[in-house]
Ligand binder design. Sequence first.
Ligand SMILES: *Cc1c(COP(=O)(O)O)cnc(C)c1O
Length: 359
Amino acid sequence: MARVYNFSAGPSMLPESVLNRAAAEMLDYQGSGQSVMEMSHRSKVYESIVYGAFDLFREVLNVPDNYKIIFCQGGASTQFAAIPLNFMNGSGKADYALSGQFSTKAYKEALKYGDVKVAASSKEQNFSCIPKVTAADVRPDADYFYICENNTIYGTKWHTLPETGSVPLFSDVSSCFLSEPMDVSKYGLIYGGAQKNVAPAGLTVVIVREDLLGNARETTPAMLNYKTLADADSLYNTPPCWSIYICKLVLEWIKNLGGLEAMKIHNQKKAAILYDFLDGSKMFHNPVKHEDRSMMNVTFVTESDELNAKFVADAAAAGFVNLKGHRSVGGMRASIYNAMPIEGVEKLVDFMTAFEKNN
Ligand SMILES: *Cc1c(COP(=O)(O)O)cnc(C)c1O
């Protein structure tokens, strides 16, 4: 069986060794006589998986002791509402930087709950860059300041975090989670849907500074109350058991490769191969401001929609799938998350070189 190179933005590739391990353990997980899919989440054997995943997450991402790690459901989009419900309860104000579609959705959701301000936006530039934030853009009494750190659709990233003073910085890291080391202590909260770089869909990981918990508004549904989930070690109800198991295997894979420092080097190499090609190409062009380029999602266009469509179709026929850009922006996008091997990017560039010559 031939596996394709899958450049999907999410759900996306998982490491082949993780898939093989899951396949080998499918019918009988470590002598339990059951699949992980079939286990009680209250069983001893499952507890070793979920607590093992917490421990590995803390170790691999170097999460400080005063932060809680929460495994929840509902995708990143559910957190757009959970965040204001849990945290916009001091001054009732929150500031949002808009760098793309997901931060805009989060902002619109927050508008339902309080006094929300657009602190900065790159909408005028079609989100082709990261907006500049100065100290004057941050309301000092805001309950939090919100960014989307890697903009999956546009291929941009905040390489420098905004200075928010004493206002806690909240960040959606869905599409850059575990791609490189992060200083978690700079944030009040980070969160991400797992299906981009961490695990299959169904799991959302929230990491939050402990002292911020406990101020959710009365009407917050129990399932959206981070304190309820944190106090129950994310076993308040049935968690996304299978995704947490794969998350644990992915974390073991990262650790064995040398951790997030090694992961970063691997990801930098891949991104450099692709961007170097794009910068030298006469046919393909990366529409994003140079200094804001994402290491995970690389967007590119040709001069015409017809040629873009031909490229996507020819590439798919050659085994490079899901290269079509997001429906809202068109063009192409190669998502090159952790599990994409270097040779996948090298072969894509070979294919693009040949396509450029022949068209
Ligand atoms: C994919 C994505 C989302 C939405 O995730 P869901 O889990 O589908 O709700 C939000 N933010 C970012 C940055 C994403 O890449």
